[in-house]
Design a protein around this ligand. Structure first.
Ligand code: MLT
Length: 406
């Protein structure tokens, strides 16, 4: 008789963004006349940049003739893309990353979940609280998190590192020693970021306790301030303790086209074993590569035109974030984020929970956001709005929220 992976039964309800989508669909069905503005899930709204579209068209045409057709992609991804990544994302910042340390994939969400495959079940993870739910849920699936403590809304075998206004949303080093540390900066969901000196402390700590940092830098393109690291490898010693996850979703609008990559330096070892080799083995066995046409589209992001056009898209979303930040401040909300990240994190009015505020905004302003508590217990009392909507809708949403105070 087959047996299921019972860890799945421990998962809490459905994935956060699926729960929200269901709630919103039910509201829309009951109120078909209402025009909802969706600033919940961090999904982009601008079309792919012209340089990316041109490259896609060309690649599609190549697939139409036997001479230029491409079948399976190389395990690690096409060299043209890995070279563009190594040169632009790393070398340009003074970091040397070899081509065989870059693994092209179908996105950072999959990689952040799949990376757990190369680690024993017997590892203790530490996560920021609030946190991108994928890190925790995929560790629940792997059986690493223990049991769910209902009263604390926490997993018994997870180290939670609270990130609240009190510590400027940057976690303190944990008292209990973790084996795997998840960090995401610029941060989803709080929209905050970390300075290079603060990240260096984490790198030094991880090297000292022999932990690995899984560093999710999906929002790197949104950094606007100096002294904010664009890659963890800007920190000394990071190559012996850190894996970096990157995405084309947020910097170039690939949420629907799917492309990302993971960097695992060869110096990152447990004894004699390189994590790079384990991930290469996993990648080669379980993944058949991102499509050729999409990797060509990714390459175009690094062309001169692609860089310019995607930078304009990022600026457009950041202008939305600014509109949200400033508008909500004027309306009396305490807000943070939205300066180096497309997310604005606000404190909900006193006396309301995050989910109550979600319902309140949905019903009274027809605006969809994301309740902070959905990202972890320390997110209670907070709420996330994204800058990824259209400018027109963003302005309208803020006007509606402001009007609630009148
Ligand atoms: C979010 O809303 O947090 C993001 O869309 C999640 C993701 O990128 O998968």
């Amino acid at each position: 008789m087959f047996k299921i992976n019972e860890n799945y039964l421990k998962l809490r309800g459905s994935y956060l963004f699926s729960t929200i989508a269901k709630k919103v669909a039910a509201y829309q069905e009951a109120h078909p006349d209402k025009e909802l503005i969706r600033l919940g899930i961090g999904d982009v709204t601008l079309p792919l940049a012209p340089a990316v579209i041109d490259s896609l068209h060309k690649a599609v045409d190549e697939m139409a003739s036997a001479e230029t057709f491409h079948g399976y992609a190389p395990d690690l991804g096409y060299e043209f893309l890995r070279k563009a990544i190594a040169d632009n994302d790393y070398k340009a910042r003074g970091v040397e990353i070899a081509l065989d340390e870059i693994f092209v994939s179908d996105g950072a969400k999959s990689d952040s979940g799949n990376i757990g495959d190369i680690f024993s079940q017997d590892n203790k993870i530490a996560v920021c609280d609030p946190v991108y739910p994928v890190y925790v849920d995929t560790n629940v699936m792997a059986g690493r998190t223990g049991t769910f403590l209902e009263d604390e809304e926490k997993w018994s075998n997870v180290i939670y590192m609270p990130c609240t206004a009190e510590n400027n949303f940057v976690p303190e080093l944990p008292k209990e020693t973790p084996d795997i540390i998840y960090l995401c900066y610029p941060n989803n969901p709080t929209g905050s970021t970390i300075t290079k000196a603060q990240l260096q402390e984490w790198v030094d700590y991880a090297n000292k306790v022999k932990a690995v940092i899984i560093y999710d830098a999906a929002y790197e393109a949104y950094i606007s301030e100096e002294d904010v690291p664009h890659t963890i490898y800007e920190c000394e010693g990071a190559k012996t303790c850190a894996i970096e996850l990157r995405s084309f979703s947020k910097n170039a609008g690939f949420t629907g086209t799917r492309l990302g990559f993971t960097v695992i330096p060869k110096e990152l070892k447990q004894g004699d074993v390189m994590l790079n080799s384990l991930w290469a083995r996993r990648h080669g066995t379980k993944f058949n590569g991102a499509p050729y046409i999409i990797q060509r589209a990714g390459e175009a992001v690094y062309s001169e035109a692609g860089k310019k056009q995607t930078a304009e898209q990022v600026a457009y979303y950041m202008n939305n974030a600014k509109t949200i930040r400033e508008g909500l401040s004027e309306a009396g909300y305490k807000v943070s984020g939205g300066v180096n990240a497309p997310y604005v994190w606000l404190q909900v009015p006193e006396g309301m929970t995050s989910w109550e505020f979600f319902d309140y905004l949905l019903e009274n302003a027809n605006v969809v956001g994301t309740p902070g508590s959905g990202f972890g217990p320390s997110g209670e009392g907070y709420f996330r709005l994204t800058g990824f909507g259209t400018y027109e809708n963003t302005v309208k949403a803020i006007e509606r929220i402001k009007a609630l105070n009148k």
